[in-house]
Design a protein around this ligand. Structure first.
Ligand code: C2E
Ligand code: CA
Ligand code: CA
Length: 774
């Protein structure tokens, strides 16, 4: 119902039905009047035809009888013997096949009379008339000039014409010729008018049926018609034609009304059938028109659907030159425009407008693909340094220009599998790890490609990047997380002013795990979740345990043991480190006092964070704790990382100096991992350097490490500092360090950090076995 085709078709159908109904209605309405009109027309026409023909027969007879009367042959025999006259008269009669011929003498005697008589079926014969030799009945006709008459003879009615026969100025007699008014004549009119014809004559007050086309004709019926009283079921017209013997002659023409109506009804039916056929034809053509209109539209609709589905290849070919053809053309044009725009949009959606490099969309797809394929890769997050400065000082045009140059140069490094521009000063490079390149080598390639300065209108600009790197699958198998990790590494590189940095868990400051820990840490101390483990430091000359480092552990209610590397940073960054340090100091000193009372004399080492050094009453707190627990000052070591001191040198140095003055030992932890120079170290009021485990763990295999450690020991000794090496994991390191005059050693090879009870047992055994040996 809803299709255009159906609508157009229905429209046509309704229109046709309307038109046909109006036509039909008009017809029905006009039908009665028409029928009436038809009937009266028919009757009038019939009457006219009859009158015309009847009169022309009369005129014909008149003309002929006049001509015959001029014939000398007739005149010659007119007053002679009857036989010759009859003969001559018959000759004339034959010329017009008259049914009656008469000669009337001057004394009104019928001197010759010939009558054509119907014998039997179509045969006729000519015989002498019965009035031969008798007086002519209508002598008054002879005097008058009237020529045409009706003549009744022996039951037969004739149309008659009289002509005087003159010789000189005297009339010697009359000639008369007549045509019979008979069934033949009636049939003739029936044929022409389709109306029955009755001829009636009034004789002695009696109506007589003279002739009729109707075999069942009735004189009374004919009379009512002539009188104009046609019965309802008939149509008819009648007339009194002329007077004859003072008796009227009537003509009745009629037919059954039903016959006429039948004809009309036949026409009516014909019309209905014709109308029906026309309707069918019109409907068929309406259907065809509707189809032909909607066919191209349907194609357009189909086309539109295909476009909607993203198929732009199909073109519509419409041979139509009209509006639909134009529409199809516009459609094709539109399709191309949409295609072009879609291409443009797709390109825009996946490329950075400034550099035309793939953007984040492509990057995410690519990362996803690699992760699904499980192909290992490294993700380099590049940040163009100092772009902000350039934008601010030289304007954004120069900044943009610089970004474009960077993009160009980075595109030229073919080693990487994908280069993306995330916008602004951020680029991403991806390399699959089956290409065996080391990270420093790759970083070098990047730096080399950007090495040459750029010239912008005489200004020399330097392209420099900082890089954060993450790897799949080592760091994560989630694309976004990998990006975040590279970004974290990048931020850390910026903070530490490094050219590049690989992601490491310790860099992460925003993981969910971390956020939970921040929360939980608040209650860790009050809920008694912290515990101290102790790890011995061995005097490498005497092989006696002389020190113990306190290392904090967090027994989290759900996570279990959380290592300090995972929460010390948090404590520092969330301002909880002071409380934590206070707890550690108190606990460690209490334990130290217990050991002391138990005969175990150890120097207790406590890790101090940079934040602690900033605390105003930190010094007083330590001093109080030491006094409270009655621990000798020189049996306490504070381990401080070099960066903690270097960040805030003046204050830190003052504070450390006060500790040193109080006899408390200061150790520089993780020595070698920071950036401080020995010159800076020289000013620090410390007693010992603690060489970081990363240099010690591989002593047996790494020549470089051995050189570093040896020279560090020498330098420390030169500066009057003693040396502790942590991370001793094998016998070789232990011996090698002892040989190279390292004072103290710490490491898993000697002992792992142990809970208080285990450590106490262990240390007692050590001391007693030493005592036995000693
Ligand atoms: P750190 O001060 O350098 O402590 C030494 C770390 O090296 C300890 O890790 C120890 O278990 C580990 N270690 C000792 N010997 C070996 C060895 O032979 N091989 C290896 N691979 N590792 C060895 P731990 O206990 O996980 O502590 C990590 C860090 O947490 C410490 O590094 C320290 O910076 C911090 N920390 C621990 N306890 C405290 C504390 O009470 N206060 C503060 N501020 N920091 C603490
Ligand atoms: Ca330490
Ligand atoms: Ca250390």
């Amino acid at each position: 119902m809803r299709s255009l085709k159906t609508k157009i078709f229905l429209f046509f159908v309704l229109l046709l039905l309307l038109v046909q109904s109006i036509a039909l209605w008009t017809l029905v309405k006009g039908n009665d009047a028409q029928e009436q009109q038809e009937i009266s027309n028919r009757l009038n026409t019939a009457k006219t035809i009859f009158t015309e023909q009847f009169n022309s027969r009369r005129d014909y007879l008149a003309a002929f009888s006049e001509t015959a009367a001029k014939d000398y042959g007739i005149k010659d025999v007119f007053e002679g013997d009857t036989r010759s006259l009859l003969f001559a008269l018959n000759n004339h009669r034959k010329r017009i096949d008259a049914d009656l011929a008469m000669a009337i003498s001057a004394d009104n005697i019928i001197s010759a009379q010939l009558q054509v008589i119907q014998v039997n079926n179509n045969k006729t014969k000519v015989q002498k008339g019965s009035e031969l030799g008798k007086i002519f009945k209508h002598t008054e006709w002879l005097e008058s000039q009237e020529k045409a008459h009706l003549y009744f003879l022996d039951g037969i009615l004739y149309q008659l014409s009289l002509s005087p026969l003159t010789v000189g100025s005297s009339t010697i007699g009359w000639l008369a010729f007549g045509f019979e008014i008979n069934q033949e004549l009636a049939n003739h009119f029936l044929e022409i008018t389709h109306l029955q014809v009755d001829f009636i004559l009034k004789q002695d007050d009696e109506w007589l049926l003279v002739a009729s086309s109707n075999p069942t004709a009735d004189v009374n019926f004919a009379k009512t018609i002539v009188e104009g009283k046609t019965p309802e079921q008939y149509i008819g017209i009648g007339e009194l034609i002329t007077e004859f013997d003072n008796q009227p002659f009537g003509l009745a023409m009629y037919a059954l009304r039903a016959d006429i109506v039948e004809v009309l009804q036949k026409q009516w039916w014909q019309f209905l059938i014709l109308a029906f056929i026309t309707l069918l034809l019109s409907l068929a053509s309406a259907y065809l028109i509707a189809s032909s209109i909607t066919k191209p539209i349907k194609r357009l609709v189909k086309q539109a659907r295909m476009i909607a589905q993203g198929d732009y290849q199909q073109k519509i070919d419409l041979t139509d030159n009209g509006e639909l053809g134009q529409l199809a053309n516009e459609f094709n044009v539109m399709q191309q425009a949409v295609l072009a725009r879609e291409k443009e949009i797709t390109h825009r959606a996946s490329h950075d407008p400034l550099t035309e490099l793939p953007n984040r969309n492509i990057l995410m797809k690519y990362l996803n693909q690699l992760i699904i394929e499980k192909s290992c890769f490294q993700l380099f997050h590049l940040n163009l340094s100092r772009l902000k400065d350039v934008n601010e000082t030289l304007g954004h045009d120069v900044g943009d220009w610089l970004i474009q140059r960077t993009a160009e140069r980075l595109s030229k490094i073919s080693t990487f599998d994908l280069l993306c521009h995330l916008g602004g000063d951020e680029f991403i490079l991806i390399i699959k790890k089956q290409d065996q390149h080391s990270i420093p080598e790759l970083v070098n390639k990047i730096n080399n490609s950007l090495e040459n300065h750029c010239d912008y209108g005489g200004i020399n600009l330097q392209l420099q990047v900082r890089i954060g790197i993450s790897s799949f699958p080592e760091h994560s198998n989630v694309d976004k997380t990998l990006l975040q990790m590279a970004d974290t590494a990048l931020q850390s590189a910026r903070k530490s002013n490094a050219n590049y940095l690989c992601y490491d868990k310790s860099l992460d400051v925003n993981s969910v795990e971390r956020l939970n820990l921040i929360n939980d840490l608040k209650s860790a101390i009050s809920d008694n979740q912290l515990e101290l483990h102790y790890q011995p430091k061995l005097d490498l000359k005497t092989n006696i345990v002389t020190h113990a480092e306190a290392l904090v552990r967090w027994y989290h209610p759900t996570l279990g043991m959380v290592p300090p590397d995972n929460f010390i940073h948090i404590a520092e960054q969330t301002g909880q480190i002071n409380k934590l340090t206070q707890w550690v100091v108190s606990t460690a000193l209490k334990q130290s006092a217990i050991w002391r009372s138990d005969g175990i004399d150890l120097n207790i080492a406590i890790n101090i964070s940079a934040e602690d050094l900033k605390e105003a009453d930190f010094y007083d707190f330590i001093r109080n704790a030491i006094t409270t627990n009655n621990v000798p000052e020189n049996k306490v070591t504070l381990e401080v990382t070099e960066s903690a001191v270097v960040d805030n040198p003046e204050e830190a140095i003052k504070l450390l100096q006060r500790f040193k003055d109080a006899g408390i030992k200061i150790s520089i932890d993780d020595y070698g991992t920071g950036y401080s120079s020995l010159a800076q170290l020289k000013q620090l009021p410390v007693h010992e350097l603690k060489i970081d485990k990363s240099f010690v763990q591989h002593l047996h295999e790494d020549e470089d490490d051995r050189i570093i450690v040896r020279s560090t020991i020498e330098l420390a000794h030169n500066m009057g500092l003693s040396v502790v090496s942590e991370g001793i994991e094998d016998d070789f390191s232990l011996r090698w360090l002892a040989e190279h005059d390292c004072e103290l050693g710490q490491g898993y090879y000697i002992s792992r950090p142990k809970p208080t009870k285990d450590f106490t047992t262990w240390v007692k055994e050590q001391l007693s076995s030493k005592a036995e040996k000693g």
